[in-house]
Ligand binder design. Sequence first.
Ligand code: SAM
Ligand code: SF4
Length: 525
Amino acid sequence: MFQMSNPIERQPTERTIYLETFGCQMNELDSELVQGQLVSLGYTFCRSRTDADVVLFNTCSVREQAENKVLSRIGELSVEKSEGRTVVIGMLGCLPEREGNRLLRKYPQIDFICGPSELDRLPTLLQNTLVTEKLSTAERAALQGNRSRRSAALSAADDNLELLDLSRVFDPDFRQSSGRSAYVRITRGCNKFCTYCVVPNTRGAEVHRPPDSIIEECKKLVESGAVEITLLGQTVNHYCYTHGVALGENGQEVPQIGPGLTAFKKPTDTDQTVTTFANLLQRIHDEIPNLLRLRFVTSYPIDFGDDILEVMRDCPRICNYLHVPAQSGSNRILKKMNRGYTVEEYLEFIDRARKIIPDVEIAGDIIIGFCSESEEDYEATRELITKVRFKNNFVFHYSPRPGTVAINRFEDDVPREVKKRRLNALLDLGAKISAQVHQSYEGREVDVFVEKVSPQSVKQRGIELKWEEKKIQLSGRTSGDLICVFDVNSEAKAKKLLGTIVQIEITGSAPLLLKGVLTTTILSK
Ligand code: SAM
Ligand code: SF4
């Protein structure tokens, strides 16, 4: 049975909200900001869709599968609505940004839509929907559409999203997992236009936040209990803030449109007017000594200078980890994808990274079955992943996306079963390499940031195993982002270790896992 609620009887902020997030870390962060914003206005969140007065979906448009999932949820809710359930449905993120009002026309059950660049307007949109019986289509949509690729530096000055990032509330106890790890966005959007990708259309042009705002946000997060921060950007190493260009009404620095790609040809060290990505990492590391781990994703394999690698090497609290997608091992396909580098350039970057940071672990993304991919191209990708020895790769089969260059210009001509076969075989090869990478840690001691009670342990605790000593398995990550599990023998101990960094001797491994025993309890808190 569904809860019935009469909109007239209750204040809008007395409604409970269910929020489901699809897609990448950017979306996870957006959802966290949306949740913080709505909680501060008095709304409460619940963990069950059926108990909610308002259901929000933060959508992803990068691959078709994620879209299909959310549309099937809409289908289920539509049936419930037609059976008499009163529920407000809001669609946030990349899917409504791409589809716009077409989505409202096709799915009239959706009450409002809100693109990723308009999330600061969400409370007003929700409030209007809750107090007004029927809004016009225009009133139900907060989208930037074509305006999202704004052209002038100063037009980003009245950017209310900056306030959304800065006003976030971080509550480690409120979060479901990895409670002491937080994301901080340093750039929004993307200027690269890979031919398969919707992101430049749905997230707009690259906008860089002022370094002081980023550092202020990181400091606040650490004061509220964050131990690890991951900086987010689609091409995070492109971060580059030119001072004195974009100023707000009272002279403070505001987000600015990213410079053209030539600007990434490394500004000189003496140029005081620019904060590069290397400068930003150094500042966060030095100005926030209580931040125990600093990471960043996603890196682009070119425009990645030695200055960044050297800062990583010299700052002990910056993790030895790079997520740097290659996408393909074939130069022909890379060109067709408009990635802007060759396999040789990619390998040169990996060599340079390993020379400067010998312990660095590398992860990546691969797209299988991109338009016209031959067996030869596919073999070249296998060769690349064998050479690089990734700790892991996220492998996707190509999904044609509306609005991209690839869907308009190239035929999606690799048959589905060929994509499937290549993907599975690549996953097998990746697992073998990953197993070797993990095995190479056996016998070593590593520092592990303890994140959670492992899902394995949670399952077992449902059953009382009285004849066995009760062990609790904790799970965390090394600086190189390898998952590591180990046992402790009491709940009190497990609780004490969560959110700390401990030393673990590695005694065993699996393709995506290290197993070990605790040697030094708390290295830091
Ligand atoms: N900015 C990052 C970069 O350039 O490496 C990646 C961001 S994208 C949201 C995440 C991953 O999704 C990409 O690295 C790519 O492997 C995958 N992806 C993007 N568009 C895709 C498509 N149309 N089909 C399949 N995978 C896709
Ligand atoms: Fe998409 Fe390419 Fe930008 Fe990554 S760099 S977000 S894959 S367009």
